[in-house]
Each structure stands twice: as structure tokens, then as C-alpha cells.
Design a protein around this ligand. Structure first.
Ligand code: FE
Length: 333
């Protein structure tokens, strides 16, 4: 009798213990690098007692890992960059819809999935940069204009294999139409001063070295390089201000369908979209907060205000395959 009670008690303790551990711990699979999340996640643990552990890796690898782990995955949240990747994760069926009035209030609609599968958490613009010794802002206007004869052998681009450019071209297709976008991309290829580079930073370095006059990069890469070397002859220009606005994109997250801890995962996302976390999350990578009640870092604010293209970012995913095909046909490597 006594023995049976002890066994029963220890079974109860075991189950209670297990459920407490699950309630108080979250696992994030993060394509955002460790130095950009470590302190913030630690802050959440301090405030709430919920331990946030994470693994980092490339977006495609993490998605594949969740797919192969299936129900056995430890991941509660997938955190990644670019709406194209978030959309892809949702398409693959690894995310679950989250209905949260907090997330809807904190995050403008065009930065999140209308089906609530994923939510943008920081904003970056993909815009025009130029060599200040060779170009003045008055020479610049739009992505489209970079396809014109004025820019022959003056343009530097990153490879079309990068999702950032796939999303940019997808948004051009949505905004300007397929035919016009094909003409633009062909014009870009024709205007290249060098073969496409493997990273935005390489585009900026080549631009500063005078290997080209104008390029297209994400704002935080410009910020990083200028912070390290403020004397570089590089300027930033907001594209398409007379048209639909500059192409913006996000880093963002969704709750993994197999999470056994959905409520806690949602709370964490809500916290990340809130004022305090937004400041840290955006500033860490010189990005813009998604939450418009939070102001960007002074350094970022110094680049000036801009009009952004407010088309919902799901379009970056929906038109991704078409964008890839178009770039391939236009000879954009
Ligand atoms: Fe990046």
C-alpha cells in the first residue's frame, strides 16, 4: 500500500515536473545570428522566468530540420529573415496561425501574413547606394531608372540567387507588372560594371573602391560599413519616392505547428513586438522597428525619412518563383 502511494506520487511529480519545464522553456530556431538575439532573449528570461534557448543556422537548413524532425521537433518558434523565407515556411506547412490582438496592433498589416502564419519583427529597406565622388542624389530616382542608358557599366548588384533580390523583383512585378519588370532587369544586367557579387557588403566595398557608381543593398549593411568606416565615399538614396516607394522587407517569426507550448510562444512573439524589445531588436542590426511607436536608432534615423512600398509582403513569396524565372531569362546570374 505504502509502496503504491510512493509510486503514484513519484509519477505525479514526474508529470508535473515535465509540464512545468515545457511551460517555462521555449526553443527558437533562428536564422538571425546569435549576437542579434542573445541579450534580448536573456532579457525575456529575466522578466518572465521563461527560458529561451535557440539554435542558429541558415533559413533553408532550419526549415528542412523542422520538416524532418516533424512532430518530434523541439522548435516552438522559427525566426528568419525575408518575407520570402517566412512565406516559404508557411507554404511548407510548418507554421500555425496565431490570432493575437497584440500582434495585430503592434505590427502594421503589410509586415505580416494576412493568414497570421508569420509576423515581421524588424524592417530593412533594400534601396540605392552610390559613390559620392561620382554620383549626386539628383542623378537618382528609381530602381527602374537604373536600367537606363545613363547607367551603362556603372551598376553593381548582388547575385539573383539571394532571396533579398528575389523579393525585390517580386515586388517590382507586383507594382509595375511582369513585362515592365523584365525590361528593367534586362537593363540592369546590361548596365552591370562587374559580375554580381555574393554579398551586399561586397557590393558596397566595390562601390567605395570605384568599381561601379551605383548599387542596391539592404540598409543595415550600409549602416554596418559606414559605422566601421565613416569616411567611405558612400551615400544612401531612397528609391521610387515619386512612385510606389522603396522596397522594404522584414525579419520575422512564426509559431511552429508542432510546438507543445503555443500559448507561451505567442506571448514571446507579443513581447518581441512590444516597445522595449522592439528598440533592442531593431537597434542590434541597425534596422527599423516594425512597431511604429518606437523610434529607430539616431544613426539609422540620420539617413532620413522615406516613403515605403506598402504592398503586403506575402507578395514577395507568392511571386518568388516568377521572379526567379524572370531573372534567369534576363541573364541576371
Ligand atoms: Fe542580411
Amino acid at each position: 500500500m505504502k509502496k503504491a502511494v510512493i509510486i503514484l506520487l513519484s509519477v505525479m511529480v514526474f508529470f508535473t515536473g515535465a509540464s512545468v519545464a515545457a511551460q517555462d522553456e521555449l526553443v527558437v530556431y533562428s536564422a538571425r545570428k546569435e549576437h542579434l538575439i542573445k541579450d534580448l532573449f536573456g532579457q525575456y528570461e529575466k522578466e518572465t522566468g521563461v527560458k529561451v534557448t535557440y539554435i542558429t543556422g541558415k533559413a533553408a537548413v532550419l526549415l528542412q530540420r523542422i520538416l524532418s524532425e516533424g512532430e518530434g521537433t523541439k522548435a516552438d518558434i522559427l525566426l528568419t529573415v525575408d518575407a520570402g523565407n517566412l512565406w516559404h515556411a508557411a507554404q511548407k506547412g510548418v507554421l500555425e496561425p496565431v490570432n493575437s490582438p497584440v500582434l495585430s496592433a503592434n505590427i502594421p498589416a503589410h509586415y505580416r501574413d494576412p493568414a497570421n502564419m508569420w509576423f515581421g519583427l524588424s524592417v530593412r529597406a533594400r534601396t540605392i547606394v552610390y559613390n559620392t565622388n561620382k554620383v549626386t542624389p539628383g542623378d537618382l530616382s528609381s530602381y527602374e531608372a537604373l536600367a537606363g542608358a545613363d547607367w551603362h557599366k556603372r551598376l553593381l548588384l548582388r547575385t539573383s540567387k539571394k532571396v533579398y533580390n528575389q523579393s525585390l523583383v517580386a515586388m517590382l512585378i507586383e507594382t509595375l507588372g511582369r513585362e515592365k519588370t523584365e525590361t528593367i532587369v534586362k537593363g540592369w544586367v546590361n548596365n552591370l560594371a562587374a559580375p554580381p557579387y555574393s554579398s551586399d557588403t561586397k557590393v558596397l566595398e566595390a562601390l567605395a573602391a570605384g568599381q561601379g557608381d551605383v548599387g542596391v543593398v539592404n540598409t543595415y549593411y550600409y549602416g554596418r560599413l559606414m559605422k566601421k568606416n565613416p569616411d567611405l565615399p558612400l551615400g544612401i538614396f531612397w528609391a521610387d519616392q515619386a512612385g510606389s516607394g522603396v522596397h522594404v522587407n522584414v525579419s520575422g517569426a512564426g509559431v511552429v505547428k508542432y510546438s507543445g507550448n503555443t500559448a507561451q510562444a505567442v506571448k514571446f512573439l507579443e513581447w518581441l513586438s512590444g516597445k522595449d524589445a522592439q528598440k533592442v531588436f531593431a537597434d542590434a542590426n541597425m534596422e527599423y522597428p516594425v512597431n511604429t511607436s518606437v523610434t529607430p536608432h539616431d544613426f539609422v534615423k540620420g539617413w532620413g525619412d522615406f516613403k515605403e512600398n506598402r504592398i503586403n509582403l506575402t507578395k514577395a513569396g507568392e511571386l518568388q518563383a516568377e521572379a526567379i524565372k524572370l531573372m534567369d531569362m534576363a541573364g541576371y546570374k
